[in-house]
Ligand binder design. Structure first.
Ligand code: HEM
Length: 126
């Protein structure tokens, strides 16, 4: 892999780490602390910043992912198409989640779909 494409893959994985790791930290640390010591104002501020960070990560994932798909000639791959379908579903559920921030079933669905997308990404790379 040439240095330039290694950088593109590096950015794809860095954005993926933020996107998925952020959800884990929110579930494992932020939500339990907020439940035991509620501070709605601070929780809203954290959620806003997390939302902006995740949106930036998603844009990086889309740009670097599309670049790699073209470079590796993968647009015909059924795995990539399934992955893209799930990315669209993920974006849709995230928009619904903005209007229903406390719906746990939505948060769980977004997390599980994120993991499936990571699995399909690894499947593409091996
Ligand atoms: C939430 C969004 C996404 C996540 C979490 C994600 C995650 C991943 C992961 C974990 C890999 C494995 C890389 C490796 O093991 O080396 C990967 C590879 C890849 N992703 Fe994504 N991805 C996302 C979005 C996209 C999008 C939107 C596209 C295309 C339009 C895309 C195209 C690719 C391609 C082509 C590879 C294979 C790279 C290679 O073979 O070296 N990804 N992705």
């Amino acid at each position: 892999m040439t240095g330039g494409w290694q950088l593109v893959l590096f950015l794809h994985l860095l954005a993926m780490a933020f996107f998925v790791g952020g959800q884990l930290v929110v579930a494992a640390a932020v939500v339990p602390v907020e439940a035991s010591q509620p501070e709605p104002e601070r929780m809203r501020a954290i959620a806003r910043r997390f939302g902006v960070g995740s949106a930036i990560a998603l844009v990086v994932l889309l740009i670097t992912g599309m670049a790699m798909a073209s470079h590796l000639d993968l647009w015909d791959s059924a795995t990539l198409q399934l992955k893209l379908g799930l990315v669209v579903l993920l974006i849709g559920l995230t928009i619904v989640h903005l209007n229903h921030p406390r719906a746990h079933v939505l948060q769980a669905a977004i997390f599980v779909i994120s993991l499936v997308i990571v699995w399909l990404g690894v499947d593409l790379a091996v």
